[in-house]
Structures are given as structure tokens and as C-alpha cells.
Design a binder for this molecule. Structure first.
Ligand code: DSN
Length: 426
């Protein structure tokens, strides 16, 4: 039986071939154009990055690393992956980089495989204090297969270094993890190093939420202190979904490479690696330093505006692109507040706060981030207006004029987004 592809297979547009999916994608682009994105783990990639991830590189299968693949035809795959590795090393001053992890969680899993055995003790920030699922939370493989012990935050929301030290001495973990997903303050990596050394532990820093700031010196650099650093490329590095593993040590290359492949992953998602290379290249340009410094300045303005409006901002501010608010005093839940903000064109995520009485799908907090808004050009004026918009919506939830407030803020959001357009076709 012979087969000839329909000519449209290589030429037909998505709208012609699959109108239902095309319509959903177009609607999502419009949603992003017309709303203010405050989810701390989101950003807006460049047109060049979109081109890279949508290229026929998606067709190529390789396993292994540049120069040592298990499949033929890898010449250009090697060019792309080598560039991504070199750019990551240059951007962070690292001696080792692995650009293959499909996500931050996969990057962390590979680091566990490299250094730990099932049942080993890991010491990390409690999920409810701002830690991450992949750092030993109960439902995650890291919580099921390791013996997780957690440090927390004090009553003002700041990382409790005394708790860290006490837990390390009591449990003598094989690995200590710094970093998380909702902790807004800079972490003292030197103290973490001392604690890890005191008990002979590996120090892993997960810098997913502030990697872009580290790249430009707007945040303390974990590389000189950590054995291994993991990151994601889609937050303030302003790139596609995916993970990175970095190290300043020159004796871990083989161990870490083997832990990613064949340890926890098979073939490489090469179009994602190409897109990571593009975002890392963009991050090496001077324009990116301006962007990353603005992300931090905007986060501080947003936090200060909310504090001025008497919103309970954990720790009273931020040293990172994210901030967390506690809604317990105003008797609101994160779920209800996030829905109300969405009605007003402001997208954020509900988030647990320390000692949260609510379950994870409800929560008592909201997390905000400034990476995506800054990418479209919002500055301190816009984030001040956004802060007042958030405060107005929250107040309206207890004072009864929620519909008219949502409609006023939605109009303000629409006007702001029109002034800072994204993905225009021209
Ligand atoms: N770790 C999740 C977050 O912080 O939103 C996804 O990146």
C-alpha cells in the first residue's frame, strides 16, 4: 500500500486543519493581551523564542549529550545544545550547566538521584512556609521516597535560621535545600553553606523564582555557596517552560549529566532547548539587566502600595519578583479573592500562607509576581495602579460593591494593556 501525504499536511495552517484548537489558542493570546498577569511563575516570551519552540527541531530525537549522542543526524542538535550550555554557564558564571531538564521539578529529581538513596533525609523549607512541592512535600516523589524534614519561618514570615540549624543538627540530612516557590525574601546562602558543612550535607539551591535577578546581580548569587543550583527558564529568565542545573564545582559534570540522562529523562526536547538557548542569549544582552532590575523595583512598589493600603503583605515587602499576602485578618480565602481579581482582569494564584487553616485548593493567601507585567513594559506607575486595584477589589469583597469595582478596575486594566501591547501581528 502506498501513501502520499495530503499536500496540506506540510502547508495547511492550524486554523484550516484544526479550527477548534486554533480558536482556543487565539483566545488565550487575546486573554494574555487584555489582562494583567500577576502569576509569579509566568512571563511573556519573545517572538524569537516562539519561533524556536515552534520549529521543526521538534521532530529530532536525540539521547545523550553533544558529541556523544545515541542517534544520528545530531549535528544541528549539538550546535543548539552547546550554545544553550555555554550561554547558561556565561550568564551565571557556572563551570557546569545542564539544559535538558524538562522542568524545575525534573531538575531537582535529577539532583536527588545524583546524591541520595531512597530513605535519605533531606532538609528543606516547609511547603506552607513557601517551599516547593519537589523539595520533599508529602504527595511528591521527593516526599514519598526521601525522608523530608522541614524548617519554617518565624511569626513575621522570615526564614527561621535557628530552626534550620537545630533541624540540621538533630536530623543530620544528606542534603539541605534553600529556595522555594512563595518565600519573598533574599536567603542567606553563607549560613546555609555553614549549616550544610557542619553536618556534611550537599547544599542545593533552587533559584527558580529569582534566577533572572541573580543573572544581573540584582539578587545574592547562590553559585559560590551551593554544590548545585537548579532553576527554571520560564519565570524571570523570560523563556520557555523548562529547567536548568548549574554548578560552580568542576567535579560534578559526569554525576549530574548521568542523573538527568539516563537517570530521570530519555530523549531531549530539542525545540525547548533551542528556545532556552534563545532566552539565555537574550538574558546576556544589556537590555535584560534593565528588565530584571525593573522586575525587582516593580515588585517592591507593588508590595509598598499594598502595605500602604493595609493589605497584610508577608514580611512587609520583598527582595524577589514575588510577594505573598495573608487574607486571614479580612476573613477572605485565596480562592475567592483570586476569582474576584480575575473578574477585574487581574490574574493571580491562591497560595497557602504559614499555618494556613485552609486546604490547598482554598488557601488563605495570594501570591503576586511582576515578571510578566514588566516584560510588557509596565513600570512603577502601572504597578502602583495595580496595587490599588488589588486593594480596591479585596475591600469590595467585604463592603458589598464588588460588581461595580470589578468593572472599574477591568476598564483600567484594559486601558493599561492597550498602552503596552503584546504579540501584535505588525
Ligand atoms: N513552581 C510553580 C510555581 O511557583 O508557580 C510552577 O512553576
Amino acid at each position: 500500500m502506498s501513501y502520499r501525504p495530503d499536500p496540506s499536511y506540510f502547508t495547511g495552517s492550524l486554523a484550516e486543519v484544526d479550527p477548534a484548537i486554533a480558536a482556543a489558542l487565539e483566545a488565550e493570546t487575546a486573554r494574555q493581551r487584555e489582562g494583567v498577569e500577576l502569576i509569579a511563575s509566568e512571563n511573556l516570551v519573545s517572538r524569537a523564542t516562539l519561533e524556536a519552540i515552534g520549529s521543526p527541531m521538534v521532530n529530532k530525537t536525540v539521547e545523550g549529550y553533544p558529541g556523544g549522542r545515541y542517534y544520528g543526524g545530531a549535528e544541528y542538535a549539538d550546535v543548539v545544545e552547546r550554545l544553550a550550555i555555554e550561554r547558561a554557564k556565561e550568564l551565571f558564571g557556572a563551570s557546569y550547566a545542564n539544559v535538558q531538564p524538562h522542568s524545575g521539578s525534573q531538575a531537582n529529581l535529577a539532583v536527588f538521584l545524583a546524591f541520595l538513596a531512597p530513605g535519605d533525609t533531606i532538609l528543606s523549607m516547609d511547603l506552607s512556609a513557601g517551599g516547593h512541592l519537589s523539595h520533599g512535600a508529602g504527595p511528591n516523589i521527593s516526599g514519598k521516597w526521601m525522608n523530608p524534614v522541614h524548617y519554617g519561618v518565624n511569626e513575621d514570615g522570615w526564614l527561621d535560621y535557628e530552626d534550620l540549624k537545630a533541624k540540621a543538627l538533630e536530623h543530620r540530612p544528606k542534603m539541605v535545600i534553600a529556595g522555594g516557590s512563595a518565600y519573598p525574601r533574599a536567603i542567606d546562602f553563607e549560613t546555609f553553606r555553614q549549616v550544610a558543612d557542619e553536618v556534611g550535607a550537599i547544599l542545593l539551591v533552587d533559584m527558580a523564582h529569582w534566577a533572572g535577578l541573580v543573572a544581573v546581580g540584582a539578587h545574592p548569587d547562590p553559585l559560590p555557596h551551593a554544590d548545585v543550583v537548579t532553576a527554571t527558564t520560564y519565570k524571570n529568565l523570560r523563556g520557555v517552560r523548562g529547567g536548568l542545573i548549574l554548578s560552580g564545582r568542576d567535579d560534578l559534570d559526569r554525576k549530574l549529566d548521568a542523573a538527568v540522562f539516563p537517570g530521570v529523562q530519555g530523549s531531549v526536547i530539542l525545540n525547548a532547548v533551542a528556545a532556552k538557548a534563545v532566552c539565555l542569549g537574550e538574558a546576556l544582552r544589556p537590555e535584560f539587566a534593565d528588565y530584571a532590575h525593573a522586575v525587582l523595583a516593580n515588585a517592591r512598589v507593588l508590595a509598598a502600595t499594598l502595605v500602604e493600603r493595609e493589605v497584610d503583605v508577608l514580611t512587609g515587602g520583598t527582595d524577589t519578583p514575588l510577594l505573598l499576602i495573608d487574607l486571614r485578618k479580612v476573613r477572605l480565602t485565596g480562592a475567592a479573592a483570586s476569582d474576584a481579581l480575575e473578574e477585574a482582569g487581574l490574574t493571580a494564584n491562591k497560595n497557602g500562607v504559614p499555618d494556613d487553616p485552609q486546604p490547598p485548593k482554598i488557601t488563605s493567601g495570594l501570591r503576586f509576581g511582576t515578571s510578566a507585567g514588566t516584560a510588557r513594559g509596565f513600570g512603577e506607575d502601572e504597578f502602583t495602579a495595580i496595587g490599588h486595584g488589588i486593594a480596591d477589589v479585596l475591600e469590595s469583597m467585604t463592603s458589598g460593591d464588588q460588581v461595580s469595582v470589578a468593572s472599574r478596575i477591568r476598564a483600567m486594566v484594559g486601558e493599561m494593556c492597550e498602552r503596552f501591547p503584546i504579540y501584535t501581528s505588525g
